[in-house]
Design a protein. Structure first.
Length: 736
């Protein structure tokens, strides 16, 4: 945008925001109209102005310029929000929605009573607020707290904006540190990368360097090592051998390896990192993950070695009784699974789709109930817990609810000091267990408790660090029952048949003579990525809804191997939003544009709201004036504020990793060779097993074949396998 006739003189301007003309979603730039002191007409100001609201009073430093099209403007170099002093300004400020709980009507009543002293009354004489009709002690307290929080947040946002931090991220930082934010950030800006969701090391590093912290400082090197370990945790690793850890951190920091080595040694000596020096690769852990791995192993080994809290169950009598009770004839594999589960202390029941895991679960619950045993049923996610409850006709809940997680303290009420009062605990979808959740579960069980883990070990491992189910199976610490027989009803499904073919390294049946009306699995060949993307859009918007009566948003889920690319989740999301929800009321929140009616996914556990990574919802209301979005998840409507927007992403298309543990009526899977980096057997197997009624692959036979042939399981650095087996193998980092 060309400017002419700039003034070299820096001036100060005082004014009140009358209207926000334009604001970039990331908060980097805005244009506002001001009622400025000493100016007869409204003034246009532009620059790095943060999410301003009508009625806010500003002091701006900058210079006057003349725009060729828009005329005289004030170019802002620096600004600060000041307390409005006029009664009119105060009324507009309080009624703008900035202060939670004060709307235009209450703002008018407050100013009518206190005039230009209104803000002074709120800050210094809050008891006088009750002089206004409708304000009692509780409302008074809410107003005072909301005003203080808003004032503190605004100061923090302005402070952080100097270092390139967007308003949404600033809100999350303030929520974490409160009034201590400025001192915490000044003392150690690298804490942001560890403590704040959505703030990466590079952002923290930019802030640190803007504050004058040297690139070769020990503080920066230490932060880079921790960041590298956290990144590896996000990739599923519980620890990392020292040599590759140093190499990764040195690359990120652009520092010599010797300096990074010194940082590792210093942190290990200070107890800020833990290293297993008994292993030749010297794996390095974040302390929380080291404690989780060692505690989980110790607790599970103690559990497996202890006698049950109840007399032995006669398995054959129990089997005969339960077959009559549920009116079913069990297969020999199912009978053996039940025998192992009632006789052992730690049992794993694993197998693919259609092999009868659900029936085994129901039978076990019936047997334990008949023996008057207290049974606890849990799963890692709300969706899995709901399916478990439906399958067993018994109460089931998330493991966080079962263990009574307290969001405020980040602790579990049910723990080693206050163990779970159940003789038998059954956990479904155990392939989703990461090392941290496993640790909390294992700590909360009495050694006499019977634990049964149920899940498909051939699916992708957990999103969080570790490959717990595989490690438990391979360590030999648990009794393992593998269900392999596909039941006749399930065998009629091409989804089930092809899932098992893929798992066995065989090509799925892509073309069959079966009547199309009876098929639940289709392959549409498309070589060109753009043609594949258009086919995916057409399937979701037109073909599948017309042919099967499916809701294009609620029933059909696109799952993609990768996030990026023409047929990646990111690009498909944007195009599906335009195709499926083109006219929904929209608003830019946290750098993303959301619309009423959008399908969204939670990408981080939020224990306050009891929503978890992978949960799906629909946007039902947007309130830009209150900076709020209302999302319906599992029949509940939840309000999301600015500090939580980054936890939600559009979910018309999701990655296969994010779809793990979920089931959908219909699944559409784009699969092309541009995904070659991610084409693995367990990835394709997981994608196919997400569909309950229908699966459609769109892509090339070569891509399908590449995935089927690639049985290599990505290495996850962990020593859980060795700890469980009690036979540490020096120099070996188990992969699962």
């Amino acid at each position: 945008m060309s400017l002419s006739s700039p003034s070299d003189t820096t001036e100060a301007l005082h004014g009140t925001v009358e209207r926000v003309v334009f604001a970039a979603p990331d908060g980097a730039y805005a244009v506002v109209r001001l009622r400025a002191e000493g100016q007869r007409d409204l003034v246009t100001a532009r620059g790095k102005l943060l999410e301003l609201k009508e009625g806010e009073a500003l002091r701006l430093d900058g210079r006057w310029t003349v725009h060729k099209k828009y005329g005289r403007q004030f170019e802002v170099d620096h600004y600060e929000v000041v307390t409005p002093t006029s009664a009119r300004g105060i009324e507009r400020y309080l009624g703008s929605g900035l202060v939670h709980g004060i709307g235009p009507e209450l703002a008018k009543r407050l100013v009518r009573r206190f005039g230009d002293q209104t803000l002074a009354v709120i800050e210094r004489e809050p008891g006088r607020l009750r002089e206004v009709d409708g304000i009692g002690p509780k409302r008074q307290q809410q107003i005072v707290e909301a005003y203080a929080a808003q004032k503190g947040l605004r100061e923090v946002m302005v402070f952080l904006h100097e270092y390139g931090v967007t308003p949404g991220v600033a809100g999350r930082i303030y929520k974490e540190y409160g009034s201590s934010t400025v001192s915490v950030v000044r003392d150690n800006p690298y804490r942001l990368a560890s403590d704040i969701f959505g703030v990466g090391f590079r952002t923290a590093d930019r802030i640190a360097q803007n504050m004058g912290i040297a690139r070769d400082s020990p503080q920066r090197a230490a932060a880079g090592v921790v960041y590298a370990l956290q990144e590896m945790g996000d990739e599923g690793h519980v620890c990392c051998p020292q040599e590759p850890l140093v190499a990764a951190a040195a690359k990120t920091l652009e520092l010599p390896s010797e300096q990074v080595e010194a940082a590792v040694e210093a942190q290990v000596a200070a107890g800020e990192l833990v290293r297993e020096d008994g292993h030749s690769v010297r794996p390095v852990y974040l302390p929380a993950l080291h404690a989780a791995e060692t505690d989980a192993a110790r607790s599970l080994r103690a559990l497996a070695a202890c006698r049950a809290a109840f007399p032995a169950i006669d398995a054959e009598r129990a089997l005969a009784w339960v077959e009559g009770k549920v009116s079913i004839e069990l297969s020999e594999g199912q009978r053996e699974a039940i025998r192992k589960a009632v006789a052992g202390k730690l049992t794993v029941i694993t197998g693919g789709p259609g092999v009868g895991k659900t029936t085994v679960l129901r039978c076990l619950v019936e047997i334990f109930r008949a023996r008057k045993l207290r049974v606890a049923l849990g799963a890692p996610t709300g969706r899995a817990a709901k399916r478990l409850a439906e399958a067993t006709r018994a109460e089931a809940m998330t493991l966080h609810r079962l263990l009574k997680y307290q969001p405020r303290t980040h602790e579990f009420e049910v723990n080693e000091r206050n163990p779970l009062q159940a003789e038998a605990v059954i956990v479904d979808e155990a392939s989703m267990l990461d090392i941290l959740l496993t640790c909390h579960l294992a700590r909360a069980l009495r050694p006499q408790t019977l634990l049964i883990l149920v899940g498909d070990v051939d699916q992708l491992p957990s999103v969080g660090p570790g490959s717990v189910l595989r490690d438990v199976i391979e360590s030999g610490v648990a009794g393992v029952a593998r269900l392999t027989e596909i039941f006749r009803q399930a065998a009629a499904s091409l989804i089930v048949a092809n899932a098992h073919r893929i798992n066995c390294g065989e090509m799925p049946l892509l073309k069959t003579p079966r009547d199309e009306a009876e098929r639940d699995f289709f392959f549409l060949e498309r070589e060109d990525p753009e043609a594949a993307a258009e086919t995916v859009l057409d399937l979701c918007a037109r073909r599948l809804p017309a042919r099967y009566g499916l809701d294009p948003i609620g029933d059909i889920q696109v799952v993609a191997p990768m996030h990026k690319g023409t047929v990646g989740a990111q690009a498909l999301n944007a195009r599906l939003q335009e195709r499926l929800n083109p006219r929904g009321q929209q608003h830019a929140l946290g750098g993303r544009t959301f619309r009423v009616g959008d399908k969204v996914m939670q990408i981080r556990n939020n224990y306050d709201k009891e929503v978890f990574n992978g949960d799906l919802g629909r946007v039902v209301h947007l309130a830009p004036e209150a900076n709020q979005m209302l999302v319906r998840m599992d029949e509940r409507e939840l309000a999301y504020g600015p500090e939580e927007w980054a936890e939600l992403v559009p979910a018309y298309a999701v990655t296969i990793h994010k779809a793990q543990g979920s089931e959908y009526p219909a699944v559409v899977v784009p699969l092309l060779t541009q995904h070659y980096l991610m084409l693995q057997r367990n990835l394709l197997y997981t994608a196919v097993t997400r569909g309950k009624r229908l699966v459609v692959l769109v892509g090339t036979k070569r891509a399908v074949a590449l995935a089927v042939r690639n049985a290599r399981i990505r290495e996850r650095h962990s020593l859980l396998h060795e700890r469980l087996a009690a036979s540490p193998v020096k120099g070996k980092s188990h992969h699962g």
